[in-house]
Ligand binder design. Structure first.
Ligand SMILES: [Zn+2]
Length: 212
């Protein structure tokens, strides 16, 4: 578990939270405007399914099509802005050691895996999201097309697309700056039936919230 750069810049004034999210489990937290959230792929090739909401008005939420249209690219990386359904900036990716993060493939669910694999994992992102959102008074319809950090979905010129082996190495991370007060809800993906979690299967990640 090495990283060429520290997860939190040397000049940061305070680390507000530093949590290891165990394999297959969800996490959520409020990130105030100006604070940063770092997500670390501790062992590599671990998809992190990610949703965010205006903390004070959760009907305003991350919107994949606005994000894709306004940056003109389906992948997220350093400099990408996460745009809301009301076309306002929610978060900015200020650091990224991996690149190519997915915006289009959404999350896994028990029902989807029944159809595509005829098998289930012990947990699934849809169900993780629903359980975590319920803690904040939000229902299942709040699970909208999400970001998959550290998941690789190449799209060919004929439009064909599929999950491929992730690029992330142990310790790769993204650093997101909140542009408004946001509620972030993530599922540390439990999917072991495709390459979303690499050959090793689901592994822990780390969530660090800090003040610059
Ligand atoms: Zn998943």
């Amino acid at each position: 578990m090495t990283s060429e750069k520290p997860y939190v810049p040397a000049g940061a004034s305070a680390v507000l939270e530093d949590t290891v999210v165990e394999a297959r489990m969800p996490w959520s937290g409020r990130v105030a405007r100006g604070e940063h959230l770092v997500l670390v792929d501790l062992e590599g090739q671990q998809a992190i399914d990610f949703l965010c909401f205006n903390a004070d008005d959760p009907e305003e939420r991350y919107h994949a099509p606005n994000t894709i249209k306004l940056q003109g690219n389906i992948y997220l990386g350093r400099g990408s802005v996460l745009w809301s359904v009301r076309a306002r900036k929610m978060m900015t990716v200020v650091e990224d050691t991996c690149g190519g993060h997915d915006t289009i493939f959404g999350c896994c669910s028990f029902e989807l895996d029944d159809v595509r694999y005829g098998a289930r994992n012990p947990r699934a992102c849809q169900q993780n999201f629903e359980a975590e959102l319920a803690r904040h008074g939000l229902g299942p319809t709040a699970v909208v097309p999400n970001i998959n950090f550290f998941m690789r979905v190449p799209v060919e010129t004929d439009g064909s697309a599929a999950i491929d082996d992730g690029w992330s190495k142990p310790g790769d991370h993204v650093d997101l700056r909140a542009e408004m007060d946001v509620l972030v809800v993530i599922s540390n993906c439990p999917e072991a039936l495709n390459p979303a979690t690499g050959a090793a299967g689901p592994t822990p990640i780390r969530a660090i919230r800090y003040l610059p």
